[in-house]
Design a protein around this ligand. Sequence first.
Ligand code: MRU
Length: 349
Amino acid sequence: MFKTIEWKNNQVVFLDQRQLPLEENLIETNDFRVIADAISALGLRGAPLIGVGAAYGIALGAQEALSGHRDQYFSFLESVDQTLRSTRPTAVNLFWALDRMKKIWKDAEMQGISPHDCTEKLLEEAIKIHNEDIQTNQSIAQKGSSLIQDKDAILTHCNAGALACSAWGTALGIVYWAALQEGKKLTVYADETRPLLQGARLTTFELLKNHIPVTLITDNMAGYLMARGQIHKIIVGADRIAVNGDTANKIGTYSLAVLASYHNIPFYVAAPLSTIDIHITSGEVIPIEERKPDEVFYFGEKRIAPQGIEVWNPAFDVTPHQLIRAIITEKGILYPPFVEKLTLLKQDE
Ligand code: MRU
Protein backbone atom coordinates (compact mmCIF):
# COMPACT_ATOMS: atom_id res chain seq x y z
CA MET A 1 0.00 0.00 0.00
CA PHE A 2 1.06 3.61 -0.47
CA LYS A 3 2.73 5.68 2.18
CA THR A 4 0.48 8.70 1.77
CA ILE A 5 2.06 10.57 4.67
CA GLU A 6 4.96 10.12 7.01
CA TRP A 7 6.81 11.96 9.79
CA LYS A 8 10.52 11.89 9.01
CA ASN A 9 13.42 13.95 10.41
CA ASN A 10 11.07 16.50 11.99
CA GLN A 11 9.30 17.03 8.70
CA VAL A 12 6.16 15.77 7.04
CA VAL A 13 6.61 13.86 3.82
CA PHE A 14 3.45 13.36 1.77
CA LEU A 15 2.46 12.16 -1.66
CA ASP A 16 1.04 15.10 -3.59
CA GLN A 17 -2.21 13.76 -5.08
CA ARG A 18 -2.70 16.71 -7.44
CA GLN A 19 -0.35 15.28 -10.04
CA LEU A 20 -1.47 11.64 -9.80
CA PRO A 21 -1.47 9.40 -11.76
CA LEU A 22 0.92 11.14 -14.13
CA GLU A 23 3.55 12.05 -11.55
CA GLU A 24 4.28 10.61 -8.13
CA ASN A 25 5.77 13.60 -6.30
CA LEU A 26 6.66 13.57 -2.63
CA ILE A 27 6.59 16.89 -0.79
CA GLU A 28 8.80 17.29 2.29
CA THR A 29 7.92 20.21 4.51
CA ASN A 30 8.39 21.68 7.96
CA ASP A 31 5.76 24.35 7.23
CA PHE A 32 2.16 23.86 8.43
CA ARG A 33 1.04 26.32 5.72
CA VAL A 34 2.14 23.85 3.04
CA ILE A 35 -0.03 21.21 4.73
CA ALA A 36 -2.99 23.62 4.92
CA ASP A 37 -2.63 24.54 1.23
CA ALA A 38 -2.33 20.89 0.24
CA ILE A 39 -5.54 20.06 2.14
CA SER A 40 -7.45 22.95 0.49
CA ALA A 41 -6.20 22.07 -2.98
CA LEU A 42 -6.63 18.27 -2.60
CA GLY A 43 -2.93 17.44 -2.55
CA LEU A 44 -3.80 15.72 0.74
CA ARG A 45 -7.37 14.49 0.56
CA GLY A 46 -9.86 11.88 1.72
CA ALA A 47 -11.46 12.33 5.14
CA PRO A 48 -9.13 10.16 7.27
CA LEU A 49 -5.97 11.47 5.58
CA ILE A 50 -7.11 15.07 6.01
CA GLY A 51 -7.35 14.36 9.76
CA VAL A 52 -3.87 12.82 9.92
CA GLY A 53 -2.42 15.67 7.82
CA ALA A 54 -3.98 18.31 10.06
CA ALA A 55 -2.61 16.61 13.20
CA TYR A 56 0.91 16.68 11.72
CA GLY A 57 0.25 20.29 10.69
CA ILE A 58 -0.20 21.19 14.37
CA ALA A 59 3.01 19.29 15.24
CA LEU A 60 4.87 21.36 12.61
CA GLY A 61 3.28 24.57 13.88
CA ALA A 62 4.45 23.73 17.41
CA GLN A 63 8.03 23.22 16.19
CA GLU A 64 7.89 26.58 14.44
CA ALA A 65 6.45 28.26 17.53
CA LEU A 66 9.36 26.90 19.58
CA SER A 67 11.91 28.55 17.37
CA GLY A 68 10.03 31.87 17.59
CA HIS A 69 9.09 33.93 20.64
CA ARG A 70 8.53 31.58 23.59
CA ASP A 71 5.89 33.81 25.20
CA GLN A 72 3.77 33.64 22.06
CA TYR A 73 3.86 29.84 21.74
CA PHE A 74 0.22 29.18 22.61
CA SER A 75 -1.22 32.09 20.64
CA PHE A 76 0.78 30.90 17.64
CA LEU A 77 -0.75 27.43 18.04
CA GLU A 78 -4.20 29.04 18.13
CA SER A 79 -3.55 30.62 14.74
CA VAL A 80 -2.15 27.36 13.29
CA ASP A 81 -5.31 25.60 14.49
CA GLN A 82 -7.51 28.27 12.87
CA THR A 83 -5.62 28.04 9.56
CA LEU A 84 -6.01 24.27 9.42
CA ARG A 85 -9.67 24.40 10.50
CA SER A 86 -10.54 26.74 7.64
CA THR A 87 -9.15 24.48 4.89
CA ARG A 88 -12.23 22.33 4.18
CA PRO A 89 -15.62 22.26 5.94
CA THR A 90 -17.21 18.85 5.28
CA ALA A 91 -14.91 16.01 6.40
CA VAL A 92 -15.40 15.92 10.16
CA ASN A 93 -12.15 13.97 10.58
CA LEU A 94 -10.35 17.31 10.16
CA PHE A 95 -12.09 18.81 13.21
CA TRP A 96 -11.95 15.53 15.14
CA ALA A 97 -8.15 15.41 14.77
CA LEU A 98 -7.70 19.13 15.48
CA ASP A 99 -9.89 18.80 18.60
CA ARG A 100 -7.68 15.96 19.85
CA MET A 101 -4.58 18.07 19.23
CA LYS A 102 -6.18 21.14 20.81
CA LYS A 103 -6.95 19.22 24.00
CA ILE A 104 -3.22 18.46 24.34
CA TRP A 105 -2.04 22.05 23.92
CA LYS A 106 -4.88 23.60 25.92
CA ASP A 107 -4.20 21.19 28.84
CA ALA A 108 -0.47 21.97 28.57
CA GLU A 109 -1.20 25.69 28.71
CA MET A 110 -3.44 25.28 31.77
CA GLN A 111 -0.97 23.03 33.58
CA GLY A 112 2.00 25.29 32.87
CA ILE A 113 3.79 22.62 30.81
CA SER A 114 6.77 24.02 28.90
CA PRO A 115 6.48 24.68 25.14
CA HIS A 116 9.24 22.10 24.58
CA ASP A 117 7.35 19.34 26.42
CA CYS A 118 4.07 20.38 24.83
CA THR A 119 5.65 20.10 21.37
CA GLU A 120 6.78 16.56 22.19
CA LYS A 121 3.30 15.63 23.40
CA LEU A 122 1.74 17.07 20.23
CA LEU A 123 3.99 15.00 18.02
CA GLU A 124 3.19 11.88 20.06
CA GLU A 125 -0.54 12.55 19.61
CA ALA A 126 -0.20 13.12 15.85
CA ILE A 127 1.72 9.84 15.46
CA LYS A 128 -0.95 8.13 17.57
CA ILE A 129 -3.73 9.46 15.33
CA HIS A 130 -1.76 8.23 12.30
CA ASN A 131 -1.17 4.74 13.76
CA GLU A 132 -4.79 4.42 14.85
CA ASP A 133 -5.86 5.16 11.28
CA ILE A 134 -3.67 2.30 10.02
CA GLN A 135 -5.32 -0.08 12.52
CA THR A 136 -8.78 1.24 11.72
CA ASN A 137 -8.28 0.75 7.99
CA GLN A 138 -7.38 -2.87 8.60
CA SER A 139 -10.36 -3.56 10.86
CA ILE A 140 -12.82 -2.00 8.41
CA ALA A 141 -11.27 -3.97 5.56
CA GLN A 142 -11.40 -7.25 7.42
CA LYS A 143 -14.93 -6.81 8.79
CA GLY A 144 -16.36 -5.47 5.54
CA SER A 145 -14.99 -8.31 3.42
CA SER A 146 -17.53 -10.67 5.02
CA LEU A 147 -20.14 -8.89 2.88
CA ILE A 148 -18.30 -9.66 -0.35
CA GLN A 149 -18.81 -12.83 -2.39
CA ASP A 150 -16.47 -14.42 -4.88
CA LYS A 151 -17.06 -12.94 -8.38
CA ASP A 152 -18.81 -9.82 -7.09
CA ALA A 153 -18.79 -6.73 -9.27
CA ILE A 154 -18.48 -3.69 -7.02
CA LEU A 155 -19.12 -0.09 -7.94
CA THR A 156 -17.36 2.68 -6.03
CA HIS A 157 -17.33 6.45 -6.24
CA CYS A 158 -14.55 8.99 -5.72
CA ASN A 159 -11.52 7.56 -3.93
CA ALA A 160 -11.95 5.89 -0.55
CA GLY A 161 -8.81 3.83 -0.83
CA ALA A 162 -5.24 3.76 0.40
CA LEU A 163 -4.71 7.23 -1.05
CA ALA A 164 -7.48 8.67 1.13
CA CYS A 165 -6.13 7.15 4.35
CA SER A 166 -3.00 5.86 6.04
CA ALA A 167 -3.08 2.24 4.90
CA TRP A 168 -5.73 0.16 3.13
CA GLY A 169 -8.48 2.71 2.77
CA THR A 170 -12.12 2.24 3.75
CA ALA A 171 -14.34 1.21 0.80
CA LEU A 172 -11.35 0.00 -1.23
CA GLY A 173 -9.79 -1.53 1.87
CA ILE A 174 -12.69 -3.98 1.88
CA VAL A 175 -12.03 -4.79 -1.78
CA TYR A 176 -8.31 -5.31 -1.06
CA TRP A 177 -8.97 -7.57 1.90
CA ALA A 178 -11.51 -9.70 0.03
CA ALA A 179 -9.30 -10.01 -3.06
CA LEU A 180 -5.77 -10.05 -1.69
CA GLN A 181 -6.22 -11.77 1.69
CA GLU A 182 -9.16 -14.04 0.93
CA GLY A 183 -8.57 -14.71 -2.76
CA LYS A 184 -12.03 -13.64 -3.93
CA LYS A 185 -12.16 -12.78 -7.63
CA LEU A 186 -13.64 -9.32 -7.91
CA THR A 187 -14.32 -6.74 -10.55
CA VAL A 188 -14.42 -3.10 -9.61
CA TYR A 189 -16.18 -0.36 -11.53
CA ALA A 190 -14.88 3.12 -10.73
CA ASP A 191 -16.93 6.24 -11.39
CA GLU A 192 -14.67 8.91 -12.85
CA THR A 193 -16.12 11.37 -10.28
CA ARG A 194 -16.46 14.76 -11.91
CA PRO A 195 -15.25 17.42 -11.54
CA LEU A 196 -11.89 16.54 -9.99
CA LEU A 197 -11.76 12.95 -11.23
CA GLN A 198 -10.66 11.21 -8.04
CA GLY A 199 -12.14 7.98 -9.44
CA ALA A 200 -10.43 8.19 -12.82
CA ARG A 201 -7.12 9.47 -11.48
CA LEU A 202 -6.75 7.81 -8.09
CA THR A 203 -9.05 4.81 -7.64
CA THR A 204 -8.04 3.19 -10.92
CA PHE A 205 -4.38 4.01 -10.21
CA GLU A 206 -4.28 2.28 -6.86
CA LEU A 207 -6.37 -0.71 -7.92
CA LEU A 208 -4.09 -1.22 -10.90
CA LYS A 209 -1.02 -1.11 -8.65
CA ASN A 210 -2.64 -3.82 -6.52
CA HIS A 211 -3.60 -5.97 -9.54
CA ILE A 212 -7.36 -5.69 -9.02
CA PRO A 213 -9.30 -5.57 -12.31
CA VAL A 214 -10.96 -2.19 -12.68
CA THR A 215 -13.23 -0.68 -15.30
CA LEU A 216 -13.58 3.08 -15.47
CA ILE A 217 -16.98 4.59 -16.28
CA THR A 218 -18.17 8.17 -16.47
CA ASP A 219 -20.57 9.09 -13.69
CA ASN A 220 -23.63 9.07 -15.95
CA MET A 221 -23.06 5.42 -16.95
CA ALA A 222 -23.73 3.96 -13.51
CA GLY A 223 -27.53 3.70 -13.90
CA TYR A 224 -27.36 1.76 -17.14
CA LEU A 225 -24.71 -0.55 -15.68
CA MET A 226 -27.05 -1.33 -12.77
CA ALA A 227 -30.03 -1.80 -15.09
CA ARG A 228 -28.03 -4.41 -17.01
CA GLY A 229 -27.47 -6.37 -13.78
CA GLN A 230 -23.73 -5.83 -13.88
CA ILE A 231 -23.32 -4.46 -10.34
CA HIS A 232 -23.74 -6.63 -7.22
CA LYS A 233 -22.73 -4.15 -4.56
CA ILE A 234 -21.91 -0.48 -4.13
CA ILE A 235 -19.39 0.57 -1.50
CA VAL A 236 -18.45 4.18 -0.84
CA GLY A 237 -16.59 6.11 1.85
CA ALA A 238 -17.88 9.05 3.88
CA ASP A 239 -16.84 12.52 4.91
CA ARG A 240 -19.33 13.02 7.71
CA ILE A 241 -22.05 10.75 9.09
CA ALA A 242 -24.87 12.23 11.16
CA VAL A 243 -26.07 10.26 14.19
CA ASN A 244 -29.12 9.02 12.26
CA GLY A 245 -26.84 7.57 9.55
CA ASP A 246 -27.32 10.28 6.90
CA THR A 247 -24.00 10.36 5.08
CA ALA A 248 -22.11 13.15 3.32
CA ASN A 249 -19.75 11.87 0.66
CA LYS A 250 -18.42 13.03 -2.71
CA ILE A 251 -21.00 14.66 -4.96
CA GLY A 252 -22.77 11.95 -6.96
CA THR A 253 -22.99 9.46 -4.09
CA TYR A 254 -26.65 10.30 -3.47
CA SER A 255 -27.58 9.59 -7.10
CA LEU A 256 -25.88 6.19 -6.85
CA ALA A 257 -27.81 5.39 -3.66
CA VAL A 258 -31.14 6.25 -5.31
CA LEU A 259 -30.25 4.11 -8.31
CA ALA A 260 -29.16 1.27 -6.02
CA SER A 261 -32.48 1.40 -4.20
CA TYR A 262 -34.44 1.25 -7.48
CA HIS A 263 -32.38 -1.73 -8.67
CA ASN A 264 -32.31 -3.41 -5.24
CA ILE A 265 -28.52 -3.40 -5.06
CA PRO A 266 -26.97 -3.23 -1.56
CA PHE A 267 -25.48 0.20 -0.91
CA TYR A 268 -22.79 0.20 1.79
CA VAL A 269 -20.91 3.04 3.49
CA ALA A 270 -17.48 2.23 4.96
CA ALA A 271 -16.07 4.70 7.46
CA PRO A 272 -14.16 4.97 10.74
CA LEU A 273 -15.88 6.20 13.90
CA SER A 274 -13.90 9.44 13.50
CA THR A 275 -16.21 10.22 10.55
CA ILE A 276 -19.33 10.11 12.74
CA ASP A 277 -20.37 13.51 14.02
CA ILE A 278 -22.12 12.99 17.34
CA HIS A 279 -23.22 16.65 17.35
CA ILE A 280 -25.19 16.36 14.11
CA THR A 281 -28.51 14.57 14.29
CA SER A 282 -29.39 14.61 10.59
CA GLY A 283 -27.73 15.20 7.25
CA GLU A 284 -29.63 18.44 6.70
CA VAL A 285 -27.16 20.32 8.87
CA ILE A 286 -23.93 18.86 7.51
CA PRO A 287 -21.89 21.74 6.05
CA ILE A 288 -21.33 21.12 2.36
CA GLU A 289 -18.24 22.58 0.73
CA GLU A 290 -18.77 24.59 -2.45
CA ARG A 291 -15.69 24.87 -4.60
CA LYS A 292 -14.51 27.22 -7.33
CA PRO A 293 -16.54 27.37 -10.57
CA ASP A 294 -13.35 26.85 -12.58
CA GLU A 295 -13.28 23.21 -11.52
CA VAL A 296 -16.42 22.76 -13.64
CA PHE A 297 -15.68 25.31 -16.38
CA TYR A 298 -12.40 23.55 -17.14
CA PHE A 299 -11.57 19.95 -17.95
CA GLY A 300 -7.92 19.82 -16.93
CA GLU A 301 -6.37 22.90 -18.50
CA LYS A 302 -9.04 23.29 -21.16
CA ARG A 303 -12.12 25.46 -20.77
CA ILE A 304 -15.18 23.53 -21.90
CA ALA A 305 -18.07 25.93 -21.22
CA PRO A 306 -18.82 29.36 -22.67
CA GLN A 307 -18.26 32.62 -20.79
CA GLY A 308 -21.32 34.32 -19.30
CA ILE A 309 -22.91 31.36 -17.48
CA GLU A 310 -23.14 30.36 -13.83
CA VAL A 311 -21.73 27.20 -12.23
CA TRP A 312 -22.81 25.44 -9.05
CA ASN A 313 -20.06 23.25 -7.63
CA PRO A 314 -20.93 21.47 -4.37
CA ALA A 315 -18.16 18.99 -3.54
CA PHE A 316 -20.39 16.65 -1.51
CA ASP A 317 -23.98 15.50 -1.21
CA VAL A 318 -25.94 13.77 1.52
CA THR A 319 -27.35 10.27 1.20
CA PRO A 320 -30.34 9.73 3.51
CA HIS A 321 -29.94 6.82 5.92
CA GLN A 322 -32.96 5.04 4.45
CA LEU A 323 -30.92 4.28 1.34
CA ILE A 324 -27.97 2.76 3.22
CA ARG A 325 -28.01 -1.04 3.70
CA ALA A 326 -25.19 -0.97 6.30
CA ILE A 327 -22.40 1.18 7.69
CA ILE A 328 -19.12 -0.67 8.03
CA THR A 329 -16.96 0.64 10.89
CA GLU A 330 -13.84 -0.65 12.63
CA LYS A 331 -16.10 -1.84 15.47
CA GLY A 332 -18.42 -3.85 13.24
CA ILE A 333 -21.09 -3.74 10.57
CA LEU A 334 -24.08 -1.66 11.62
CA TYR A 335 -27.55 -2.24 10.17
CA PRO A 336 -30.50 0.16 10.44
CA PRO A 337 -31.79 1.74 12.56
CA PHE A 338 -28.41 3.42 13.06
CA VAL A 339 -29.08 6.08 15.64
CA GLU A 340 -28.67 4.05 18.85
CA LYS A 341 -25.77 1.98 17.54
CA LEU A 342 -23.84 5.00 16.32
CA THR A 343 -24.47 6.89 19.54
CA LEU A 344 -23.30 3.97 21.69
CA LEU A 345 -20.16 3.41 19.63
CA LYS A 346 -19.25 7.08 19.79
CA GLN A 347 -19.79 7.15 23.56
CA ASP A 348 -17.41 4.17 23.96
CA GLU A 349 -14.76 5.72 21.68
O1 MRU B 1 -12.79 15.85 -2.06
P1 MRU B 1 -12.14 14.59 -1.59
O2 MRU B 1 -11.32 13.92 -2.65
O3 MRU B 1 -11.38 14.77 -0.30
O4 MRU B 1 -13.36 13.64 -1.27
C1 MRU B 1 -13.12 12.37 -0.73
C2 MRU B 1 -14.34 11.55 -0.55
O5 MRU B 1 -15.44 11.98 -0.78
C3 MRU B 1 -14.12 10.19 0.06
O6 MRU B 1 -15.11 9.30 -0.39
C4 MRU B 1 -14.22 10.29 1.59
O7 MRU B 1 -13.40 11.31 2.07
C5 MRU B 1 -13.88 9.03 2.24
S1 MRU B 1 -12.17 8.61 2.12
C6 MRU B 1 -11.89 7.18 2.92
